[in-house]
Write a protein that binds this ligand. Structure first.
Ligand code: FAD
Length: 462
């Protein structure tokens, strides 16, 4: 077997990041081969299967535009203007994400998105091989071993392996046998279960479609995202262990579909009425774990590099894991363009992206507390109201952290740093106030000018 040419790159994993990266690289003239352990999802039955959806935001869309995939993806996306909070007393309130419909996020069907991206990767010239999972790597001789359902192992030479093989990455494991990546994982003491709200008998959405619904209940919560087939994917987040004294349920006490129905009837009654197959969904769907993966090294000189969840899996509470993975793909393609030396390109990629991955991992963890515990809290609500006003009064200086993360391309690390300063300001300025009309606006404006420089421009053009 001939060793691959010097424009050859091997991507492990044809999931979300693998498919986008393959497209970006193939469009730049790289000779791209992708190995995916599952079957080709485009060949599965025409039914779309269980609906699992993801929130797509500007960073992800920016990458999709560069891959020529934005139009096809957006054709099946559902707009989400804000969080529709379902309070315990049955009231609902739409908390907008941005100023208007130019600042929204989009719910996309994971399976459909993957299929669209695979078509586009193939059209761009990437060669995709399914049912071939990476098993082991001989880095000295640059031979990767793959296996499929037939039980045969295949040894295939490579120049460089790019790991887009997700949180349980096999490539990461192989790299770790060569060098210490300083890997650690922090698992949350919460897990999740997916359920589904079907369409109405007339085929419509049963609740407001253009929102991400949240039922916050302190130490646990439920969310629902719309699908373009008029369903909602509901995700129940619960602690692994109940705290009976605090009245907090856990997956150790909510074990069966019947337990889950009783919990919903008690704590989420409006949602319960919308989920006829709650018992079956709860019993039939797996319970997902949630964790953050930290590595100090993402590459093995010029021979291997990791992107997306393989490098930095995060908890899903900012809806940024895929968006961040797509941003990685753009950055890696650009670094590979800049120098012929792959080790140099990967080191530069890691230097750019690792601090930003750390920042969004941190913000995703913080957002968990915010979503389940703060969206119905009075201090939080007055701070959010002031945040919106300051964003209008000082659009160059005060950009809400959520907006910096979701609607801009400024590095996540900058969003985190500025967000911390802004949060301190909001707490200080609203201390002792229940209403915004009691604030002294001259001193508020002076404080914003003194503490916040003009926001640096986006690092990448839209
Ligand atoms: P994956 O999507 O996991 O793809 C990895 C691919 O590699 C798969 O196709 C897999 O089959 C393949 N593979 C694995 N091992 C091998 C092997 N040995 N050989 C070959 N192929 C292999 N992100 C958002 O941006 N917005 C959201 O709203 C959002 N919601 C989420 C909700 C939940 C409950 C969870 C768990 C995550 C959510 N995320 C969200 C995060 C998002 O799912 C991930 O960040 C994203 O899927 C990462 O893409 P990836 O390509 O790196 O990994």
């Amino acid at each position: 077997m001939n060793p691959p040419n010097d424009r050859h790159l091997t991507i492990i994993g044809a999931g979300l990041a693998g498919a986008v990266l393959a497209t970006l690289l193939a469009r730049r003239g790289w000779d791209v081969e992708v190995y995916e352990k599952r079957d080709d999802p485009r060949k599965r039955d025409l039914e779309r299967g269980r609906s699992i959806n993801l929130a797509l935001a500007e960073r992800g869309r920016n990458a999709l535009r560069q891959a020529g995939a934005d139009e096809a993806v957006m054709a099946q996306a559902v707009m989400m203007r804000g969080r529709m909070v379902h309070f315990a007393d049955g009231r609902t309130d739409l908390q907008r994400y941005g100023r208007d419909d130019s600042e929204v996020i989009w719910s996309v069907h994971r399976g459909e998105l993957n299929r669209i991206l695979l078509d586009i990767a193939e059209r761009a010239g990437a060669r995709l091989h399914f049912d071939l999972g990476l098993q082991s790597v001989d880095f000295d001789n640059r031979i990767a071993h793959y296996g499929g359902r037939d039980g045969q192992s295949r040894a295939i030479p490579f120049r460089t392996l790019i790991g887009a093989d997700g949180a349980g990455s096999s490539l990461r494991q192989a790299m770790a046998a060569e060098t210490d990546l300083r890997e650690r994982s922090d698992f949350l003491d919460h897990s999740y279960k997916e359920l589904e709200i079907p369409p109405s008998p007339g085929g419509d959405f049963l609740i407001e479609p253009n929102a991400l619904h949240i039922w916050p209940r302190g130490r646990y919560m439920c969310i629902a995202l719309p699908n373009d087939e008029q369903t909602f994917t509901v995700t129940l987040f619960l602690p692994n262990a109940a705290d009976p004294e605090a009245g907090v349920p856990g997956f150790d006490t909510i074990r069966t579909g019947a337990d889950a129905r009783a919990l919903f009837d008690r704590e989420f009654p409006d949602a319960s009425a919308l989920i006829p197959r709650l018992e079956q969904d709860f019993d039939g769907n797996p319970t997902g774990v949630l964790g953050t993966l930290y590595l100090d090294r993402w590459h093995l000189d010029g021979r291997a590099v990791l992107v997306g969840d393989a490098a930095h899996a995060m908890v899903p509470f900012h809806g940024q894991g895929m968006n961040c993975a797509f941003e990685d793909c753009v950055a890696l393609a650009e670094h590979l363009d800049r120098t012929a030396d792959r080790a140099t390109a990967f080191a530069a990629f890691q230097a750019e992206r690792l601090p930003n991955a750390r920042a969004i991992q941190h913000m995703a963890l913080e957002n968990y507390l915010e979503m389940r515990d703060r969206v119905d809290d009075d201090d939080y609500l007055i701070q959010r109201a002031l945040e919106r006003l300051l964003a209008e009064r000082h659009p160059d200086r005060f950009v809400p952290r959520y907006a910096m993360v979701t609607f801009r391309h400024i590095p996540y690390a900058v969003a985190l740093e500025r967000g911390n300063i802004q949060r301190e300001l909001l707490v200080e300025l609203t201390r002792g106030h229940q209403r915004l009309d009691t604030l002294d606006w001259d001193s508020v404006d002076a404080a914003v000018r003194a503490r916040l420089a003009s926001l640096p421009g986006d690092d990448r053009p839209a």
